[in-house]
Design a protein around this ligand. Structure first.
Ligand code: GLU
Length: 448
């Protein structure tokens, strides 16, 4: 791990003391704070206003009971969360995650990252995140609906197009957003499109939102490759996961001439040397909601490696798009040794601090999640823009906007890294440029 500046160290210690046991939150905070020493030298006013201390403390945290009845008529109880972290740049914005691993520490790490990611988009959105320890896996549609309705029955009072605007994340896609939008509309008696993003196309959704996180991450990597006079053309790629982010990353890689040979789910990974057949993955995952191992039932030449480590597959470009901490130091070493030249994070915080150090020391192109995967939330902000003007844009126009936003994020991170004496380090560039933007707004608002 790198070190934290001595002026920032006591702030990090206080975060550890105030938030015991929330290890993912500690990790996310540490990664940003490690970049901030030089910022305080150029901007002493941020220390006077205690901006770092304030940014590490969520503006509001909501924890609530979510009772629902399963198909066997048994009452189930889950826990719901919404952490409204920072509204300096706009209404709280960030997804909802439904996964059994969810607890306050996960939601806080995601909410904290979201502040900076959203700032990088250049659009007027603050940072927040929510979710539940509910596990949608194996649940019927009716159970998912009852859960979503109960979840929204508490959450609705905290939301609004100018207040807090959730979207999807792991375990929350179009189906769940539909049930939650329906319940919000019913309780409030308001058809308020801008209260949720990731909506269906017939009821206020935006074209490209489904594809946006994966497409955006691929555009970001494309920009990093261009700086090195490289491109996706002919490159062998690995994309972990097989959810929404992973699927549309693979799609854009193929459009740019690359070949993805492996993807995964939490049980194992598939390897197809001819290139993954995306239509089949979409059918299995999006339509049939089955496991990735079913791929080899159709393609006998492909391999399914149960409990295998996808990072052992040699590649030139790796795009972790499953979940946090999926690449550790050893995995990173293996990737570099096998000839990987670029890593773009579709997932949030998928690389451990040890892994990040390996990538930075090897000087490969490493695009951290808060920059590389900002295309999802950026397109959510474009969805809000369309909702506010009661308009809807074409696929081509919306994709162009997304491409331009990703180019700008890349440019900002690249130039800020240079300015702060860390050329090529997108971690430093992303953390510093995003922090300064949020900090300046907070200074302008006074002590609130
Ligand atoms: N969950 C996504 C993220 O991690 C998208 C959030 C949104 O669209 O609000 O950025």
């Amino acid at each position: 791990m790198s070190s934290i500046d001595e002026k920032v160290e006591p702030i990090y210690k206080a975060v550890l003391d105030r938030n015991p046991g929330e290890i993912e939150f500690h990790q996310a905070v540490r990664e940003v704070l490690e970049s901030l020493g030089p910022v305080l030298v150029k901007h002493p006013e941020f220390a006077d206003h205690r901006i770092i201390e304030r940014i590490c403390e969520p503006e509001r945290q909501i924890i609530f009971r979510v009772p629902w009845v399963d198909d066997k008529n048994v009452v189930q109880i889950n826990r719901g969360f919404r952490v409204e972290f920072n509204s300096a740049l706009g209404p709280y914005k960030g997804g909802l995650r439904f996964h059994p691993s969810v607890y306050l520490g996960i939601i806080k790490f995601l909410g904290f990252e979201q502040i900076f990611k959203n700032a990088l988009t250049g659009l007027p959105i603050g940072g927040g995140k929510g979710g539940s320890d509910f596990d949608p896996k194996g649940k019927s549609d009716a159970e998912v609906m009852r859960f979503c309705q109960s979840f929204m029955t508490e959450l609705y009072r905290h939301l609004g197009e100018y207040t807090d605007v959730p979207a999807g994340d792991i375990g929350v896609g179009g189906r769940e957003i539909g049930y939650m939008f329906g319940q919000y509309k019913r309780i409030t008696n308001r058809w308020e499109a801008g209260v949720l993003t990731g909506k269906g196309l017939d009821w206020g959704g935006s074209l490209v939102r489904t594809e946006a996180t994966g497409y955006g991450a691929t555009f970001f990597v494309d920009e990093m490759l261009k700086v090195r006079n490289e491109s996706f053309d002919g490159k062998t790629c690995i994309v972990s996961g097989s959810g929404n982010v992973s699927i549309y990353t693979m799609e854009k890689i193929a459009q740019l001439g690359g070949k993805t040979v492996a993807c995964s789910d939490s049980n194992g990974y598939i390897y197809d040397e001819k290139g993954i057949d995306l239509d089949l993955v979409k059918q299995l995952k999006e339509v049939e909601r089955r496991r990735i191992k079913n791929y080899v039932d159709v393609y006998k030449h492909a391999k399914y490696i149960s409990k295998g480590n996808i990072w052992e597959v040699p590649c030139q470009v790796a795009m972790p798009s499953a979940t946090q901490n999926e690449i550790n130091g050893k995995d990173a070493e293996m990737l570099v040794k096998n000839g990987c030249i670029a890593v773009g994070e579709g997932a949030n915080m998928p690389t451990t601090p040890e892994g990040i150090k390996v990538f930075l020391d090897a000087k490969i192109a490493y695009g951290p999640g808060k920059a590389a995967n900002a295309g999802g939330v950026a397109t959510s902000a474009l969805e809000m823009q369309q909702n506010a003007s009661r308009d809807s844009w074409s696929f081509e126009y919306t994709e162009d906007r997304l491409r331009q936003i990703m180019r700008n994020i890349h440019k900002t991170c690249y130039e800020t890294a240079e300015e702060y004496g860390a050329p090529g380090n997108y971690v430093t560039g992303a953390n510093i440029s995003a922090f300064i933007k949020v900090a300046q707004a907070m200074v302008a608002f006074g002590v609130i």
